[in-house]
Ligand binder design. Structure first.
Ligand code: FES
Length: 174
């Protein structure tokens, strides 16, 4: 969960002419997603995912476009997007490293592991390397406690991680 304090009154929204929620994405939502729900509001999360999967993150212009499309206040869609840490309100690196910080992983070496990653990449949790290659995040239990410590790199799960074997995982990424 990510609570983000926002200064809505004075916030400037970067805008571009081309919509993020394109006609093709609207059609996909109308045809494949909205019929599954009783209300358009219920399609908020799938719509956020679709736009994020297409563009990599969720600019505020996209939030407004989704709200307009679903007939909701933009603040309501933004509240949903800021509640879940899976939604990105700023660009992230090509590879997002999610290191599990829950109990099993913590007991089996997560603190030393994440410190090693931070040192290797030169960033703190929540930051992206200057070359845009890596973003480092922590996350609650990944559901693989029996093979702790664990981390995701994008959607791929890595288990029984040591500082050494994870270094070779990172080195192998283009
Ligand atoms: S505690 Fe890390 S996978 Fe469950």
């Amino acid at each position: 969960m990510a609570w983000i304090a926002k200064n809505s009154a004075t916030m400037q929204i970067d805008r571009r002419d081309e919509p993020y929620l394109t006609l093709a994405l609207k059609k996909q939502l109308e045809d494949d997603v909205i019929p599954r729900y009783d209300t358009r509001m219920a399609a908020t999360m799938p719509a956020l995912h679709l736009v994020q999967d297409t563009h990599g993150w969720l600019p505020h212009q996209a939030i407004e476009e989704i709200a307009d499309f679903l007939g909701l206040p933009a603040s309501q869609v933004l509240d949903t997007a800021t509640f879940y840490e899976e939604y990105w309100l700023k660009p992230h690196g090509k590879y997002v490293i999610w290191v599990c910080q829950s109990l099993s992983c913590e007991i089996l070496g997560q603190p030393a592991l994440i410190n090693k990653i931070k040192t290797h990449l030169g960033i703190e949790v929540g930051e992206t390397t200057d070359d845009g290659k890596f973003t480092l995040m922590d996350v609650e239990c990944l559901g693989s406690c029996g093979t702790a410590p664990c981390a995701l790199v994008n959607h791929k799960l890595h288990e029984n991680i040591t500082a050494e074997n994870f270094q070779s995982v990172l080195d192998a990424l283009e």
